[in-house]
Design a protein around this ligand. Structure first.
Ligand SMILES: *Cc1c(COP(=O)(O)O)cnc(C)c1O
Length: 402
């Protein structure tokens, strides 16, 4: 297969909602994925920013095995001790108050939007329902989150869309202020956009969003589904700005591969959600909580995030060296930490480069604005980073010399 051919999609009964590469992995080991043929791939995708601690991390295996032998599922009709422990950690790590558990990123955002609207409603502001989203945003695939996501093509054939979602240009405070008013329940923002192309919202902008939202009586929802759980070098990406959102949605990295999401909210928002207002059968089950607890403990262990930042900076400067040698092919290195993006010149389609890298046994993920995302497990070591950047340089050279 040459780089420019589309990935081969094997025939199977699985619905073709993904254009899948003809690769199947049977085992994982740290930052490596191993196919049924025994080929080893360097994983700089992490299942799209999910495998926070890589594959087969011993502490995660032990926690899941231990919980699997005790209890899998009860119901949110009863107390779940693991939820109480994880919620306590998330609340104290963010200075917010109440945590709602769910199963995915779309569900976390959907829940965040419900909370923002309900909080306004409980305040007697029943017309405050609009959610302001950003251009280039991605919030998920449910009907509600299709309306929130700024990708009209994803909505084709799925209308009618739910009302109450407007979009403003990402990073533009004047446009945001012009769109705010007493009809707005919340501003929903990814502090670093993932699918949009590893675009950093910048701390100044986030501070401006917080200020403007306060002025107009709107809440701030941080969609940290991709940027959260240490991915950008801090536990949550918004934290470098010093602001405090009212609601934080997370999912991808929280379970390190086990499906789990969560929403952390302020007391005022949380109090609007009384028994019966929201729920999900599987949400926050004991298996998910056992794993999430380990993830949070590891990521917040002394020195862990500091070392993530150090290694991410190494990757970034090595990528910048490659960019310096290929100004015709690389437009910009962007993103933050290990949510790192290389925006390519139009002559180098991101999908082709991802395919070329796959040929070199390395996994990356394409994103908006012709960007290739490097999303390695947060535990990637310096040698693996060097190997990843060498493969990237080789793939780029093979494509630009044609
Ligand atoms: C992936 C993603 C979602 C959707 O998460 P799912 O688990 O796929 O539903 C929402 N927001 C952001 C920022 C994401 O990256």
């Amino acid at each position: 297969m040459t780089a420019s051919q589309p990935a081969k999609t094997p025939t199977s009964a699985v619905m073709k909602t993904y254009g899948r590469a003809d690769l199947s992995f049977v085992r994982g080991d740290g930052c490596w994925l191993i196919t049924d043929d025994g080929d080893r791939y360097l994983d700089c995708a992490s299942g799209i920013a999910v495998n926070t601690l890589g594959h087969s991390h011993p502490a995660l295996i032990a926690a899941l095995r231990d919980q699997a032998g005790k209890l899998w599922h009860t119901s949110n009709l009863y107390r779940i001790p693991g939820q109480e422990r994880v919620a306590e950690k998330l609340a104290s790590l963010t200075g917010l108050d109440q945590v709602y558990f769910c199963n995915s990123g779309a569900e976390a955002n959907e829940s965040a939007v419900k909370m923002a609207r309900r909080a306004a409603y409980e305040n007697g502001q029943t017309d405050r329902t609009t959610i302001l989203c950003a251009s280039g945003s991605f919030h998920g695939r449910t009907l509600g989150m299709l309306a929130a996501t700024d990708k009209p093509v994803n909505r084709t054939g799925f209308g009618p869309m739910p009302d109450g979602f407007d979009h403003v240009p990402f990073g533009n405070l004047n446009e945001l202020r012009a769109a705010l008013g007493d009809h707005v329940a919340a501003v929903m923002i990814e502090p670093v956009q993932g699918e949009g192309g590893a675009r950093d919202a910048q701390d100044d902008y986030l501070r401006g969003v917080r200020e403007a939202a306060d002025e107009f009586g709107a809440l701030v929802i941080a969609d940290e589904v991709q940027s959260g759980i240490g991915r950008t070098g801090t536990l949550f990406a918004y934290q470098t700005s010093g602001i405090k959102p009212d609601i934080i949605a997370m999912a991808k990295g929280l379970g390190g591969g086990f499906p789990v999401g969560a929403v952390i909210a302020s007391e005022a928002v949380g109090n609007a959600m009384t028994p019966g207002t929201h729920g999900s059968t599987f949400a926050g089950n004991p298996l998910a909580m056992a794993v999430a607890e380990v993830i949070l403990d590891e990521v917040t262990a002394p020195g862990f995030l500091e070392d993530v930042r150090r290694r991410a900076n190494i990757m970034r400067s090595l990528l910048a060296e490659v960019a310096g040698r290929h100004p015709e092919a690389i437009a910009e290195i962007r993103g933050r930490g290990f949510l790192c993006g290389v925006r390519l010149a139009d002559s180098v389609p991101a999908g082709d480069l991802v395919a070329a890298l796959r040929e070199l046994r390395m996994l990356t993920v394409p994103a908006g604005e012709n960007t290739v995302r490097f999303l390695p497990p947060l535990i990637i070591c310096e040698d693996e980073i060097r190997l990843a950047v060498e493969s990237f340089a080789t793939a780029l050279a093979s494509m630009t010399s044609r």
